[in-house]
Ligand binder design. Structure first.
Ligand code: 2IO
Length: 375
């Protein structure tokens, strides 16, 4: 397979090698995020960080990172994450068979993300379909006009809901991201519309990959029992375990860009104004970058833990360069917390069926993960 090729169906230039993907992501000038104007702005309601550059980008990113750090690291959020995961496992104790994806991972992801943003649990059933429409608008590659208008309407309800909540939290702040943004916004030049867009962006970007990675972690715990045994014995190894899950199963498979002027990647010339897809999964299986790329190897030297969650990462599950994921630390901390808690329960279960069945092209995760009780 050529390292870079034009896919006619998607009308996009697909980049499949690690070096190629890195080159594209690290050249924010040559490869812009302009696609988000059509792909994300109509549902989020304003420009988001990934579309910005220069001073505006830097200032707003600092404010958002500060908010994420303050909420996620303050000693209240992570215990709530652990509690949420434990409660779901406890509930499953009375069952003989469960689908981990729909019954644990997904409810977990929604619960903790609502908690993070500041959405009361009683609103979950409203928010879930709205968020689903926003995610579909952004990530589905082929779209029917009828569905597009329904998703735009749902996104409007979601934004109106967040705006109302923003007003409530502004009067009576709590320990959540929306309260933080409501209070910091004037100092950083965020408009209300931008806060709503940011909150919607963080909701989808936090929730959408979370259940998927959690499910892959549980799958690999059963699939590579030696690696799991090491983690159980030495809990700090969970970082390496997560790092390898992210390499082998990146939940975001496509990072799109638009070529600004003619560009050359892996000696292939890409015309100006083209859609460019960085194929994360392919890059992570590039044998030039990773030895035996298809193997799950705990603590591999070409995927060092200290670099995994920072822009110097040797994998690109969180992107690379200017728009490197600002939620990587949050992702790391909540996934490690939830997985550590899960280790108290995993022994009660076994995988009902291997191989793994997956779904999704843009974001991908196990379609289900049937577990059966062992005792
Ligand atoms: C506006 C696609 C799950 C982000 C966003 C769509 C930009 C950005 C991403 C991730 C993951 C989601 N892009 N998060 O790829 O915020």
């Amino acid at each position: 397979m050529a390292p870079v090729y034009h896919d006619r169906l998607a009308d996009a230039w697909c980049v499949l090698t690690f070096d190629g993907v890195r080159q594209v992501l690290e050249d924010a000038q040559g490869f812009s995020s302009d696609h988000l104007r059509e792909r994300a702005e109509p549902v989020l309601g304003a420009r988001v960080l990934a579309q910005m550059s220069g001073r505006e980008h830097d200032e707003k990113k600092v404010a958002t990172l500060r908010g994420l750090a303050e909420i996620a690291m303050d000693g209240y959020y992570l215990p709530a994450v652990e509690q949420a995961m434990r409660r779901l496992w406890e509930k499953a104790e009375s069952r003989t068979s469960i689908d981990f994806v729909s019954e644990l991972a997904n409810p977990f992801a929604i619960e903790v993300t609502c908690h993070l943003i500041g959405i009361d649990q009683r609103w979950k059933s409203r928010v879930v379909p709205w968020n689903k429409s926003v995610v579909e608008f952004i990530t589905l590659l082929q779209r029917e006009p009828h569905d597009v208008s329904r998703r735009l309407a749902d996104a409007g309800y979601f934004r109106a809901f967040i705006l109302r909540l923003l007003e409530v939290r502004r009067r009576q702040p709590r320990r959540d991201l929306l309260s933080f943004l409501a209070h910091q916004c004037s100092d950083y030049g965020f408009s209300d519309n931008e806060i709503v867009a940011l909150a919607g962006n963080i909701f989808l970007a936090a929730a959408e990959p979370l259940d998927k990675v959690m499910s892959y972690m549980v799958y690999e715990a059963f699939h590579v029992p030696d690696a799991y045994a090491t983690v159980k014995e030495t809990p700090r190894e969970v970082s390496g375990f997560l790092a390898e899950v992210l390499r082998l199963h990146p939940p975001v498979q496509i990072i799109p860009r638009v070529s600004m002027g003619e560009q050359t990647v892996e000696e292939v010339s890409i015309p100006a104004g083209s859609t460019v897809y960085c194929l994360v999964g392919a890059a992570h299986r590039d044998p030039k970058q990773f030895k035996d790329p298809g193997e799950f190897v705990l603590g591999r030297e070409d995927n060092l833990i200290r670099a995994v969650f920072s822009p110097s990462a040797q994998h690109v599950a969180f992107g690379s360069g200017l728009h490197f994921c600002i939620g990587s630390m949050l992702a790391r901390r909540q996934l490690e917390t939830a997985f550590r808690a899960s280790m108290d329960y995993l022994d009660h279960w076994r995988l009902a069926a291997d191989p793994l069945e997956e779904r999704g092209l843009y974001t991908r995760g196990p379609s289900h993960l049937r577990l059966e009780r062992t005792r």
